[in-house]
Design a binder for this molecule. Structure first.
Ligand code: TRP
Length: 364
């Protein structure tokens, strides 16, 4: 069986380093591993519209930003297909049939939908499209017969819902859909990178993000001025706490042992640095400076590549157009398989036509 990746992001803003460690970095590794036959990366604009119906301009403006972030991180259009969800109408058609395989109460129990409804204060006024987006996401995944979906942990309930739809479809209509597996980040610190203020999630509205496109000074200032550490670690000599201390959380996600050699040779690795911080005698500024170096090493090549692509936006749109066209062909094949399995392929079904001819023979 071929190995196929599908994953994606909502284009509601530029991508931040939480997206990067949670999924993007891994995608690039998977892409370059050569282990996958096909890789599809979706800019999920239709899904973004499910809770931005009154602000299509926001989505429209951010598709190019997300595409630039992808290319900057090393997504290579000759190896991965980047597509825009709304340009693949087959996805909508698939969703419509999958809707019959999912109950309202099952959607209500979906933990991601539940928490998003709360976050957006939707409560009694949930748009139907938003409520059913897990079904549309199942269409995204199955349309490309994805075997592997690399995403952050928050997408786990979406994958479970998708698998249920696949099982139900295949058992009711016959095997037409591929059962996908989720691929979570392997580093636990990368599962859900908190905002620099220590709040649970990086989000634009909280102003606690570091964006992939931020310049070095912006990152430095954010870390020096705004990053949450241990509020009880006042004097350098005070013992400090690691848990909930964002400088260490980010180091967990980003730093490697060889960076100690280069920037902090008095420590061998992060464990030694943490021990010293816990004991006391290690100041925040020193650790923050190290983090700035670590992040800069990772982000500088990304920034450089982004600037190159920014000079040729027409090319980026061309990548998106070609990717969407190629993706559409794949989705059309799946839709045709789905309709055959459901036997709603009337005009291709000679047996059906013949049967009805027989039925009405000799009735005149
Ligand atoms: N729901 C994902 C997010 O919010 C985006 C997305 C849409 C996606 N369709 C997908 C992710 C299919 C993986 C597979 O980030």
């Amino acid at each position: 069986m071929s190995k196929i990746i599908l994953t994606g992001d909502r284009p509601t803003g530029k991508l931040h380093i939480g997206h990067y460690v949670g999924s993007l970095k891994r995608r690039v590794q998977l892409q370059n591993s050569g282990e996958y036959d096909k890789i599809f990366i979706m800019i999920a604009d239709a899904q973004a519209l499910t809770d931005n119906a009154d602000n299509p301009e926001k989505i429209r403006e951010n598709i190019i930003e997300v595409a630039l972030d992808y290319l900057a991180c090393g997504i290579d259009p000759s190896k991965s297909t980047i597509l825009i969800q709304s340009q693949i109408p087959e996805l909508t058609e698939l969703s419509f049939y999958y809707m019959n395989l999912v109950t309202v109460s099952r959607l209500q129990r979906n933990p991601t939908v539940k928490s998003e409804i709360q976050m957006r204060n939707f409560e009694a006024s949930i748009p139907v499209g938003f409520f059913t987006y897990p079904i549309s996401q199942a269409a995204d995944i199955t349309a490309f017969q994805a075997t592997t979906v690399p995403v952050g942990e928050d997408q786990m309930p979406m994958l479970e819902q998708c698998k249920e739809i696949v099982h139900k479809f295949n058992s009711v209509y016959g095997e037409a859909l591929t059962d996908p597996e989720i691929l979570l980040p392997d580093n636990k610190a990368c599962m859900r990178l908190p905002g620099i203020d220590g709040k649970a999630k990086m989000s634009k509205s909280l102003g606690n993000c570091i964006y992939l496109s931020d310049d070095a000074d912006t990152v430095k200032n954010a870390i020096m001025r705004k990053m949450y550490t241990d509020p009880n670690h006042i004097q350098v000599s005070d013992p400090g706490q690691i848990e909930g201390n964002m400088v260490f959380t980010y180091l967990d996600a980003f730093c490697s042992d060889d960076q100690f050699e280069r920037y902090l040779p008095e420590y061998k690795n992060l464990d030694e640095l943490k021990d010293h911080y816990r004991r006391g005698g290690l100041g925040d500024v020193k650790v923050k400076k190290f983090l700035i170096n670590v992040l800069d090493e990772e982000l500088e090549p990304i920034r450089k590549r982004r600037h190159e692509y920014e000079k040729d936006i027409a090319y980026v749109y061309e990548v998106l157009r070609k990717g969407s066209e190629a993706a559409r062909e794949v989705a059309a094949k799946t839709l045709s398989d789905v309709k055959n399995a459901m036997r709603i392929n009337y005009f291709d079904d000679q047996e059906l036509i013949q049967k009805h001819i027989e039925k009405y023979k000799g009735m005149e």
